[in-house]
Design a protein around this ligand. Structure first.
Ligand code: ADP
Ligand code: MG
Length: 259
């Protein structure tokens, strides 16, 4: 993996608001199930927030709501001080500010690795194919798969595919990256190559929300751990405090099962 930065120099950007993603009293139901209950969460620019919690606690729904893949019933979500629009071109633009990496890679199977990374920038950002390809090759180099550009996803290992998915999200120059259990579907020997790319991104100052059970990553990369259970944020703390001294019984119980 090269040492070249994954993101552009933050100094190139104008002075910006400190609070990048703000959720206020967010509520969401699936029928009778109250899946997000009064969620208040602020993610500052450059912050790395790890979200953990038992299966079914609402972590994926939270990520999807931030990206507007899921509607909310109440409350508000703003990104860079702009509310999330319901639909249309505004939504496409705002969504492009949020990069998302899923457990299941979600690469386009019938497109090459290079095409996977150039498609969004050409279609949504409106940049030329040539420029998109130059940038895509540089990003693929940086995540260590530069020599796979002309292959199809199925010809790559899971770890390589997930690194392509990260490059594809970064190609849109998002303001924040959401990772929903990005290593859960990987064979154990491939987990670290993906976590290393994420660590590098974090070091470069990318704002990140990471749902993961990788506690080593949480301890070393997170500024803050958010623990969810039953649709609520039960506990929020710095990693060392959360792991060494969890306050709630729910968190103690959860940690006793996974550590
Ligand atoms: P987590 O990611 O923490 O495992 P999810 O956000 O995926 O949790 O799911 C939270 C709850 O919402 C679960 O009980 C799940 O079954 C339910 N759920 C998720 N998506 C839907 C949906 N589209 N329709 C109905 N129920 C859903
Ligand atoms: Mg989930």
């Amino acid at each position: 993996m090269s040492d070249a930065p994954l993101t552009k120099d933050p100094a190139e950007s104008a002075p910006l608001a400190e609070d990048l993603v703000v959720l206020e009293s967010v509520n969401k139901h699936f029928g009778a199930l109250h899946v997000l209950q009064d969620i208040n969460l602020t993610i500052k620019r450059g912050e790395v927030v790890v979200v953990i919690g038992p299966s079914g606690s609402g972590k994926s729904t939270l990520c999807r709501a931030i990206n507007r893949l899921e509607t909310i019933d109440g409350g508000s979500i703003t990104i860079d001080e702009k509310p999330l629009p319901e639909e249309g071109r505004e939504l496409a633009r705002l969504r492009a500010d949020v990069g998302m990496v899923f457990q299941s890679f979600n690469l386009f199977a019938h497109k090459t690795v290079l095409q996977n990374v150039t498609l969004g920038p050409v279609k949504v950002r409106g940049i030329s194919k040539e420029e998109a390809e130059t940038k895509a090759r540089a990003l693929l180099d940086r995540v260590g798969v530069g020599n796979q550009a002309d292959k199809y996803p199925a010809q790559l290992s899971g770890g390589q595919q997930q690194r392509v998915a990260i490059a594809r999200a970064l190609a849109m120059e998002p303001k924040v990256m959401l990772f929903d259990e990005p290593t859960s579907a990987l064979d154990p020997e491939m987990i670290n190559e993906v976590l290393e790319v994420m660590q590098q991104l974090a070091r470069e100052g990318m704002t990140m929300v990471v749902v993961t059970h990788e506690m080593g990553f949480a301890r070393s990369a997170a500024n803050r751990v958010v623990f969810m259970a039953d649709g609520r944020i039960v506990e929020e703390a710095e990693p060392h405090q959360f792991f060494d001294n969890p306050r709630s019984d729910r968190a103690k119980d959860f940690l006793s099962k996974i550590l």
